[in-house]
Write a new protein. Structure first.
Length: 115
């Protein structure tokens, strides 16, 4: 069983930055994939950024060039650095992991970008 705990969300003005953190209960090095997804009110959950053992690092089109995902194996943590934030980035952000063909999700952290 894997537990994921996100932190770092909050309210920020457009153009600002936030850094999200996700602490995993297991060894991230053993995971098949880790990443960040988001869901805005009334919209489907979408991929923001992932790191997988097969495809490497991937970003959603809307965040390319602004967001950076990183993994710290020593701390079993995943981070999402978000720069040049826009109001349309407002959403609940979820940390995810794939391990032994099972998907795991954190509880989510709210990010609100004001215009």
């Amino acid at each position: 069983q894997v537990q994921l705990v996100e932190s770092g969300g909050g309210l920020v003005q457009a153009g600002g930055s936030l850094r999200l953190s996700c602490a995993a209960s297991g060894s991230i090095f053993s995971f098949n994939a880790v990443g960040w997804y988001r869901q805005a009110p009334g919209k489907q959950r979408e991929m923001v950024a992932t790191v997988t053992k097969t495809t490497g690092t991937n970003y959603g089109d809307s965040v390319k060039g602004r967001f950076t995902i990183s993994v710290d194996n020593a701390k079993d943590s995943v981070y999402l650095q978000m720069n040049s934030l826009k109001p349309e980035d407002t959403a609940v952000y979820y940390c995810s992991a794939v391990w032994l063909r099972n998907d795991y999700w954190g509880q989510g952290t709210q990010v609100t970008v004001s215009s």
